[in-house]
Write a protein that binds this ligand. Structure first.
Ligand code: ADP
Ligand code: ADP
Ligand code: ZN
Length: 218
């Protein structure tokens, strides 16, 4: 199964992608995580991306397309993948279609996670993640079961993203509206778009995602 998750920053793409990965045994490809790893490792891509990410703008298409092309050729993507954070522009969407066509593959569905702007700011400002395994949490909406201990791996170390601050969030929301929202009609026209209500609680969103994916596969 090959899926794309679309939605504004903070909508819950990463949260739902982790569950889709666990449920279907497919790879979770987060381009944001890939870039943050490149920044931490000090690679050429990381050095180019850091300032752009801190400003809440989009990293150039050719950089992103190269990253994703290399990633989907890895063996763990053979059974499929869920893309989280890519494509974010029309050029990226067209490049993805071409990349998959070359491999004799195509997307099965594009899930749109719809959330109001006010809720996004609240979600982003309370977001944190396990430093060890990347599991996502929230100050208000998803605390670990045992305070200070990751549910998944038991680590006691957590991180917050540099770009999850109020000034940057506004730029990221604007980039989404201007550059990424036009992908909704692009995929709707291809008959791939499935909308889910991202305002519901996390478990309820997951239930709707799985239900609609099952229905689409029938
Ligand atoms: P994205 O990958 O789209 O930026 P995340 O999955 O990181 O979004 O979610 C942003 C924050 O909101 C995280 O702290 C996450 O725990 C929380 N969150 C995700 N989905 C929901 C939801 N349905 N209701 C409340 N909080 C949520
Ligand atoms: P969020 O979870 O808030 O939607 P991501 O983790 O997906 O954010 O992305 C963080 C930042 O990384 C973006 O603001 C952007 O600067 C960069 N980025 C990630 N994916 C892409 C992409 N496909 N195209 C351009 N920039 C990207
Ligand atoms: Zn963990």
């Amino acid at each position: 199964m090959r899926l794309v998750l679309l939605g504004p920053p903070g909508a819950g793409k990463g949260t739902q992608a982790q569950r889709i990965k666990a449920n279907y045994g497919i790879a979770h490809l987060s381009t944001g995580d890939m870039l943050r790893e490149a920044v931490a490792a000090g690679t050429e891509v990381g050095r180019r991306a850091k300032a752009i990410m801190d400003a809440g703008r989009l990293v150039p298409d050719e950089v992103m397309i190269r990253l994703v092309a290399e990633r989907i050729a890895q063996p763990d993507c053979a059974r499929g993948f869920v893309l989280d954070g890519f494509p974010r522009t029309r050029a990226q969407a067209e490049a993805l279609d071409a990349l998959l066509a070359e491999r004799g593959e195509r997307l099965d569905a594009v899930l749109e996670i719809a959330v109001d702007d006010d809720a996004l700011v609240e979600r982003i400002s309370g977001r944190f993640a396990c430093a060890q395994c990347g599991a996502g949490y929230h100050d208000r909406f998803k605390q670990p079961e045992v305070a200070g201990v990751c549910d998944v791996c038991g680590s006691r170390e957590f991180v917050r993203r540099d770009d999850d601050k109020a000034e940057t969030v506004r730029a990221r929301l604007e980039a989404y509206q201007a550059q990424t929202a036009p992908l909704l009609p692009y995929y709707r026209d291809q008959g791939l778009l499935i909308a889910v209500d991202g305002m519901a609680e996390i478990d309820q969103v997951s239930a709707e995602v799985l239900e609609k994916l099952e229905a689409a596969a029938r």
